[in-house]
Design a protein around this ligand. Structure first.
Ligand SMILES: C[S@@+](CC[C@H](N)C(=O)[O-])C[C@H]1O[C@@H](n2cnc3c(N)ncnc32)[C@H](O)[C@@H]1O
Length: 261
């Protein structure tokens, strides 16, 4: 879809049905990304996503919202308005804002994420897609260049995309079965509540390893770390939430002068 807005609701019910069917199918399609809500759509547009279709129950409202929230972004040409009942059938759980879009999924691999020139967050078997999305969001905000998940959690799952407000398009993301044996010259820093070192500056091209919600980092990943860094906590508190720990580490390290935003 190109920039610009034609402003005409789809007059043809069969066209609307077809677009709604494609949006519903995108939820489980590994080649597509479902963007739920205006923030996800805004970030996807801003960071160069290839948007295939945009649906809304209220084109005027969507246009107003984008103008308010993202004056740099225009409603894509070809955006189609659905009738109320068509929208309800497509979106049974109310979205925070009136937009549902489908983009092509970039073909990212672990090697591509590890080839980015910057700090990469490595999540060891994250269980909660909301946490995964929150990590992508803070990684993008804090200037990390990639997020790699080890295990079966999909960083492009609609729940993770929603939690990240579509910022998967602003960093390099991929899932992998295991962290490749060769990670080049990157310094590996494990974020570990039982670590010995206190957080200082993070290496600008480091790998930041983060453990799973219950069990923390697996021993084989911990063994690969050059440093095991802890964030100090009041006695009696056993750990921070995974995404909170990543946020504290990235912004704490930036405050310690590692040159990222
Ligand atoms: C909910 S915690 C897991 C707690 C787990 N029992 C453990 O010992 O790691 C999820 C991940 O967040 C990071 N984390 C949480 N609190 C931390 C802290 N105080 N210092 C360093 N990392 C922390 C670690 O990477 C941890 O594996």
């Amino acid at each position: 879809m190109g920039a610009g807005y034609e402003g005409e609701p789809a007059p043809d019910p069969s066209l609307r049905r077809d677009l709604a069917r494609r949006a519903a199918a995108a939820r489980a399609d590994p080649t597509r990304v479902l963007l739920e809500g205006v923030h996800a759509l805004k970030h996807a547009l801003r960071f160069g996503a290839d948007i295939e279709l945009v649906l809304t129950p209220d084109l005027t409202r969507l246009t107003e919202l984008l103008a308010q929230l993202a004056p740099d972004v225009v409603v894509p040409a070809g955006t189609q308005e659905l009738e109320r009942q068509e929208w309800r059938d497509l979106v049974p759980r109310e979205l925070p804002s009136p937009a549902l879009a489908v983009a092509r999924r970039p073909t990212g691999s672990a090697a591509e994420v590890l080839a980015t020139a910057g700090l990469v967050v490595v999540l060891d078997r994250p269980r909660h897609l909301g946490n995964l999305g929150a990590v992508v969001r803070v990684a993008a905000a804090a200037g990390a260049t990639g997020v790699l998940t080890v295990g079966d959690a999909d960083p492009w799952h609609p729940t993770a995309v929603r939690a990240a407000a579509g910022l998967q398009f602003a960093v390099s993301v991929a899932a992998t079965d295991r962290l490749p044996a060769d990670t080049g010259t990157r310094t590996i820093v494990a974020l570990d509540p039982n670590g010995t070192d206190l957080l200082g500056a993070l290496p600008s091209d480091g790998l930041l390893l983060v453990g799973t919600e219950r069990g923390g980092l697996t021993p084989d990943l911990l063994d690969r770390a050059d440093q095991r860094v802890r964030l100090p906590m009041r006695p009696g508190v056993s750990s921070l939430n995974l995404a909170t720990a990543v946020a504290a580490a990235l912004y704490g390290a930036a405050a310690n002068g590692d040159g990222r935003r």
